[in-house]
Ligand binder design. Sequence first.
Ligand code: NI
Length: 226
Amino acid sequence: MLVQIPQVLPAAAVAECRAALMHADWTDGRMTAGYLSSRVKNNQQLPETHPTARALGSKILDALDVHQTFISAALPLKIVPPLFNRYRDSQTYGNHIDGGIRPVAGTHFRVRTDLSATLFLTPPEDYDGGELVVEDSFGTQSVKLAAGDMVLYPGTSVHRIEPVTKGERLAAFFWIQSMIRDDTQRTLLFELDNSIQALGRDVPDHPSIVRLAGTYHNLLRQWADT
Ligand code: NI
């Protein structure tokens, strides 16, 4: 399932990120790519332990902590601290699959990459190209979102970034190990949760809401790793 999550960061926080990234020490993105990926990857990144990456990454994690749509869609157990990349001058990242396990720099922790996330930081009208193209079980989807919006997609997907032919594209990207490893089960829970929320708004006193919420939590208990 591919989920678009609007307004993870408000405009002021996006502006703060872009100002900090303007003066950052960008390095070749191939430094964090495996052998296969490094052959198709041409972009710039902030090193994982860079103070700016750490500071901005914490802001994003704080925003995600209280973002109901993100929590419902991802059911996060562990999150790799956000990284930052930049594409310009026709830079691109060809078709690849992200590594299945991601070490967290400077720690002994590892995260299973059930979900990949991209948080767009540049308004789409400021650059040409740069779409994130994801091939999943429903076909190919092309994603280019407003600054501050985020997309979540299964870590198992083949994906690419189209060449940025005008302007520059800044984004944060990271991976999530979900309490629900299986994408189908996670999608079912997300849809059930959305339906319960909608029912709660439309018919707040309906007695079945309590039972449906119970079913949601009982499924979570059956399936979740913690
Ligand atoms: Ni990728």
